[in-house]
Design a protein around this ligand. Structure first.
Ligand SMILES: *Cc1c(COP(=O)(O)O)cnc(C)c1O
Length: 371
C-alpha cells in the first residue's frame, strides 16, 4: 500500500480526526502523533471503557492502517487495540514480573547484570502495545527529569564495571532530539561506557520519525545499537524498511527483538516470513522472547514449547543469521535464559548422539578430555 492508500483506507472508516488530513500531514511524524486514536468509539468499538481506564488506547494512524481484517483476529489489531481480556486475571501474572522496581538502585535505572544497566528515559510511546511488559508505567509521569538523569549518571560513573547502557522506556526516539542528545552526550563523557543501545519501536509504529535531524544526533554517538521490535511480517512495510535503511546508513546496526504472541506470530510460517523479511532489510533477529507473565497480557501468552517448536522447525531451513535466540526472562529479574531444542540425544563415553535438522541421528566422536 502507498501512503495515499493508507490514508484513504482510514478515511473510509470515518475516523473523525482524519477527515481533513492531507498526504503531507500523513508523512509528518508530528501530525501522526497528534492524530493518534485514543477513543475506541472513533473506531466504532464499544464496551471497552473499563479496559482503557486501566490501559489507555493510543495508536498512530500509520500503525492502525496496517490492520486488514477489522472483524477478525488481525495480528496488528491484537497488538494495538484494547481487549476485554486485559482485565482478566489468569492467576500467573504480576504487574512487574521482572522485579524492575526492586532492581532499581536509583530512580529510572535498572541494574540486573554486572556490566550493563537499563535507563527508562520516558514512558511515552508512539503506540501502546497491548502486550507491553511495562504496562504498569503507562500512567506514571512521562520523562526522565534532569535530576533523575543526574542520579543515573552519578550511579553509572561510580560503577566502572558498567560497560553498556540500554536506553529504553517507553520509546527513547520520541524524546525531543535535543533531549536525547543531552542523554547520549553525557553517557559518552563517562570513560568506561563502551556501548549504548536504544530500544525502540519507532521503525514499526512511526517510521517517519527517523528524519535527518534525529539521524544527525544518533550518528555522533556510535557505537550505538538500535534494537527494534517487529512482531509480524506485515509490519515490514516500505516505510519501515526505509527507516531501518536510514539507521543502517548512519552506521547504526539494527537488531530486532520479537515477542512470541498468541494469534500474532505463534506459527512457523508467520515466524519464517517475519525472520526472512527482517534479514531482507538487513535487520538481524536478535531475540525471540517468551511473553512475560505481565498483568493485563495473559491472553497473549503461549507455552515455552510453542517457541521451541518454532525454532526447531526453522533451524536448518533458514540461514543462521535469520534465527534469533529464544529466551525466557526469568521472574524476579533473575535474568534471561536462552533455550534451544535438544540436539544432543545421548552420551556414551566419548560417543555423542546428535539429531540434525532433518531428524537424522548422527554419532559424533568427542576427543578425550578431562572436563
Ligand atoms: C534484557 C535486559 C538487559 C539486556 O540483556 P541482553 O541479554 O544483554 O540483551 C539488560 N538489563 C535488563 C534489566 C534487561 O531486562
Amino acid at each position: 500500500m502507498t501512503p495515499e492508500e493508507r490514508l484513504a483506507s482510514l478515511k473510509e472508516r470515518g475516523i473523525p480526526t482524519l477527515k481533513e488530513a492531507s498526504l503531507e500531514d500523513w508523512q509528518n511524524w508530528r501530525w501522526q502523533l497528534k492524530a493518534r486514536i485514543r477513543h475506541p468509539q472513533a473506531l466504532g468499538l464499544k464496551g471497552l471503557e473499563k479496559v482503557i481506564q486501566a490501559y489507555p488506547l493510543l495508536v498512530t494512524p500509520y500503525y492502525l492502517s496496517l490492520i486488514r481484517d477489522w472483524q477478525g483476529d488481525d495480528p496488528i489489531k491484537i497488538q494495538a487495540l484494547p481487549d476485554q481480556r486485559e482485565l482478566e486475571d489468569f492467576g500467573l501474572e504480576d504487574p512487574d514480573p521482572l522485579a524492575e522496581e526492586r532492581l532499581s538502585p536509583v530512580a529510572r535505572l535498572i541494574h540486573r547484570y554486572p556490566d550493563r544497566v537499563l535507563i527508562l528515559t520516558t514512558n511515552h510511546c508512539a503506540t501502546y502495545c497491548r502486550h507491553c511488559n511495562r504496562k504498569r508505567l503507562w500512567r506514571r509521569p512521562l520523562e526522565l527529569t534532569p535530576d533523575q538523569l543526574k542520579g543515573a549518571l552519578t550511579y553509572i560513573s561510580s560503577h566502572p564495571e558498567i560497560r553498556e547502557v540500554i536506553l529504553s522506556g517507553g520509546d527513547p526516539l520520541l524524546l525531543p532530539s535535543r533531549r536525547l542528545e543531552t542523554i547520549l552526550a553525557s553517557l559518552r563523557r563517562i570513560p568506561h561506557i563502551e556501548i549504548i543501545r536504544i530500544g525502540t519501536r519507532i521503525p514499526v509504529t512511526l517510521p517517519m520519525r527517523v528524519d535527518s535531524e534525529l539521524l544527525e544526533v544518533l550518528k555522533k554517538y556510535r557505537p550505538l545499537w538500535i534494537l527494534t521490535h517487529f512482531n509480524h511480517p506485515r509490519e515490514i512495510t516500505a516505510e519501515a524498511a526505509l527507516a531501518c535503511q536510514k539507521l543502517l546508513e548512519a552506521g547504526l546496526p539494527v537488531l530486532n527483538q520479537t515477542v512470541l504472541l498468541k494469534g500474532v506470530n505463534d506459527s512457523e510460517t508467520i515466524m519464517k516470513d517475519l525472520l526472512q523479511g527482517l534479514t531482507r532489510i538487513a535487520v538481524k533477529p536478535y531475540y525471540l522472547f517468551q511473553c512475560d507473565p505481565v498483568l493485563g497480557v495473559g491472553h497473549l501468552r503461549t507455552s515455552v514449547f510453542t517457541g521451541l517448536k518454532i525454532i526447531k522447525a526453522l533451524r536448518g531451513y533458514l540461514g543462521g543469521i535469520a534465527i534469533p535466540t529464544f529466551v525466557v526472562d526469568l521472574p524476579g529479574g533473575r535474568g534471561k535464559v536462552p533455550l534451544e531444542p535438544d540436539y544432543l540425544l545421548a552420551k556414551k563415553g566419548n560417543k555423542l548422539t546428535f539429531e540434525n535438522f532433518r531428524g537424522e541421528k548422527v554419532i559424533y566422536q568427542d576427543p578425550d578430555s578431562k572436563e
